[in-house]
Write a protein that binds this ligand. Structure first.
Ligand SMILES: Cc1cc2nc3c(=O)[nH]c(=O)nc-3n(C[C@H](O)[C@H](O)[C@H](O)COP(=O)(O)OP(=O)(O)OC[C@H]3O[C@@H](n4cnc5c(N)ncnc54)[C@H](O)[C@@H]3O)c2cc1C
Ligand code: SF4
Ligand code: SF4
Length: 437
C-alpha cells in the first residue's frame, strides 16, 4: 500500500529537503552523490545538513532517492510477532530486559550497555569484523563522528548516547573500502537511510552481519549542548570530554574541562535531557514514524516501566525484531555476554509513553502539513492512521490543530534559506560535525 502522504511537490535535490526542514541529518546523501557535490555542515541551531555545490551537481537526483527525510517504507514481516505490539511498535518477536555481563561495559553504557555487549559478541563470534557506529571526535569533543570499532577498547570508548547531531551514514565509505561483514548501530532513521542506500549498493547491504538500533525521541541541535555548557558555566573551548549520560543509570551529563579552575561539572539527566536538550530537537523528529528501530534486527532503549534503584548500574530494554536478531541475542546470552530476562509485552508501552504519544499524533501532524499545502514526508508500513484512531477524538483534533498553530507561529510555512544560520564547521564527508542536543 502506498504511503498516505505523497509529497506535495517532488524534490529534485537535497537542498529542497533542507529548505523544508525535512532533513534529519543522516548524511547518506553524501555517500549517494557520485560527483562529490555534497558536503555536510553542522548548523548550530538546526543539525547536520548537506550543502550542495551546484557547479558539481549533475542533477541526477540520486541524493533524494536515498533520503529518509522525505520517504520511508517499511516492508513488515509479521511471522511470530507479538500481536498486541504490532500496531504501535512494529514487529516484535521477543521483549527482554538485560545488561552487559562486563561491569565496565555496563557502567559505560547508556542504559545497561547491551548494545555494546552485543557488538562485542559480534566481533568475538565472527558475526562481524567491524562495527560502524557513533562516537565523540577526540580532537573536537563536542563533535560526533561515525567510527569503526574493531576491539573492546574502541567499543568501550564509544559506548553511551550522544544527544547531538551525528551523521552515521556519512561513515559508510569507511566500511565500503574494507572487506568482510560489519555490524551497524544507529538511530531508527540511520537504519532507514542505510536500507534505502542498500537498494543502490547491494554489495554493501549484503555485507551487514546485523543491524542494531537504539530508541530515539529526537536529535537535539548543537545549541542544546552549548546551553548545557552555559548552564554549567563551562567555556565552550575548554571542553576535553563530554558524556551525556551513562556511568550508572541513567547517569549524569558530565563535562571534563582542560581548565583546572573549571574541573569536572555535572548536570542530572532530568535537567540535561528534560530541561534543556529536549527543547532543541530538530523539526523533522516531530514527524518521526519510527522511534524504536522497527527496521533493525534488535533494538534497545530504557526500561522506564520501572524507576532506577539507588546506585543501579543500569539495564536495557531489548526488542528482538527478526529471527536473525533472536538467534544472535540467544547466543549472546548463552555465551554470557548479556544477562537478561523475558518481559511481558506491556513493558514496552509502559516504558515509552512519550514515543507512543508521538506515534499516535503523527497522522494528525501530517494532515496539518498537507492541508496547508506544505511538503510532507511519505511513510508506508507504519499504520499511522490506525494509530491516530486510537486517540480520543479531542486529541485527534489537537494533533492537527496544534501542529497547524505551531506552523503559523514559528513560520514553518516558509522555506528556510539554506544555511541562513551560522554554520559551526563543515564536516569531512567521511565523518560528521555535530554538537550535543
Ligand atoms: C538522540 C537520542 C535519543 C534517545 N531517545 C530515547 C528514548 O526516547 N527512549 C529510550 O528508551 N532510549 C532513548 N535513547 C537510547 C538510549 O539512550 C540508549 O542508547 C539505549 O537505551 C541503549 O543503551 P545501551 O546501554 O544498551 O547502549 P550502549 O552500550 O551505551 O551503546 C549505545 C550505542 O549507540 C550509539 N550512539 C550513541 N549516540 C548515537 C547517536 N546520536 N546516533 C547514533 N548512534 C548513537 C553508540 O555509538 C553506541 O554504539 C536515545 C538515544 C539518543 C542518542
Ligand atoms: S539524505 Fe539524510 S542528510 Fe541528506 S537530506 Fe536526506 S535526511 Fe538530510
Ligand atoms: S526522532 Fe526519528 S528522525 Fe529524529 S533523530 Fe530520532 S530516529 Fe531520527
Amino acid at each position: 500500500m502506498k504511503g498516505y502522504f505523497p509529497l506535495v511537490k517532488r524534490f529534485s535535490r537535497v537542498d529542497d529537503v533542507v529548505r523544508w526542514r525535512l532533513c534529519l541529518g543522516c548524511g547518506v546523501c553524501t555517500e549517494a552523490c557520485r560527483n562529490g557535490a555534497i558536503e555536510l555542515v553542522n548548523v548550530t541551531a538546526d543539525g547536520i545538513r548537506p550543502r550542495v555545490d551546484a557547479a558539481k551537481c549533475a542533477k541526477c537526483g540520486d541524493c533524494v532517492k536515498v533520503c529518509p527525510g522525505i520517504e520511508i517504507t517499511h516492508e513488515r514481516v509479521w511471522d511470530g510477532t507479538i500481536p498486541e505490539l504490532r500496531l504501535s511498535w512494529g514487529p516484535v518477536l521477543e521483549l527482554w530486559e538485560g545488561h552487559s555481563t562486563d561491569p565496565e561495559v555496563r557502567f559505560a553504557g547508556s542504559s545497561g550497555g547491551v548494545v555494546t555487549a552485543l557488538a562485542l559478541f559480534a566481533l568475538s563470534a565472527d558475526v562481524a569484523g567491524a562495527v560502524l557506529h557513533t562516537g565523540s571526535n577526540a580532537d573536537v569533543p563536542l563533535e560526533n563522528i561515525a567510527v569503526v570499532s574493531k576491539c573492546r577498547a574502541d567499543l568501550l570508548r564509544n559506548a553511551g548516547s550522544r544527544y547531538s547531531p551525528a551523521a552515521l551514514c556519512a561513515g559508510l565509505g569507511q566500511i565500503g573500502d574494507a572487506s568482510g561483514r560489519f555490524l551497524l548501530v544507529g538511530k531508527p532513521c540511520d537504519i532507514a537511510a542505510f536500507q534505502k542506500y542498500g537498494v543502490f549498493n547491494r554489495r554493501l547491504q549484503e555485507r551487514v552481519g546485523l543491524v542494531i538500533s537504539i530508541f530515539c525521541a529526537g536529535t537535539p541541535s548543537t545549541k542544546g549542548t552549548l546551553c548545557i555548557l552555559d548552564r554549567l558555566g563551562v567555556s565552550h573551548d575548554k571542553v576535553r570530554q563530554l558524556r551525556y549520560r551513562g556511568y550508572g543509570w541513567p547517569g549524569s551529563t558530565t563535562v571534563m574541562t582542560n581548565d583546572p579552575g573549571q574541573g569536572i561539572r555535572q548536570l542530572s539527566y532530568e535537567e540535561s535531557w528534560g530541561g534543556i536538550l529536549s527543547k532543541h530537537i530538530q523539526f523533522r523528529c516531530r514527524l518521526c514514524p519510527d522511534s524504536t528501530g522497527e527496521m533493525a534486527d534488535v533494538s534497545c532503549g530504557d526500561p522506564w516501566y520501572r524507576s532506577p534503584e539507588q546506585g543501579e548500574s543500569g539495564s536495557s530494554l531489548i526488542v528482538v525484531r527478526t529471527p536473525k536478531g533472536r538467534e544472535f541475542l540467544h547466543r549472546a546470552i548463552a555465551e554470557n555476554y548479556v544477562e537478561a530476562r523475558r518481559l511481558e509485552p506491556g513493558a514496552l508501552p509502559d516504558s515509552q509513553k512519550a514515543l507512543l504519544r508521538r506515534r499516535r499524533e503523527l497522522f494528525g501532524r501530517l494532515v496539518a502539513l498537507r492541508t496547508m499545502r506544505l511538503p510532507a514526508p511519505c511513510f508506508t508500513g507504519f499504520s499511522l492512521f490506525a494509530n491516530w484512531r486510537k486517540l480520543p477524538i479531542i486529541n485527534r483534533c489537537r494533533s492537527v490543530l496544534g501542529m497547524a498553530r505551531r506552523i503559523i507561529q514559528r513560520g514553518w510555512y516558509r522555506p528556510q534559506s539554506l544555511f541562513d544560520v551560522r554554520a559551526d564547521s563543515s564536516a569531512n564527508p567521511r565523518t560528521s560535525a555535530g554538537r550535543a542536543g
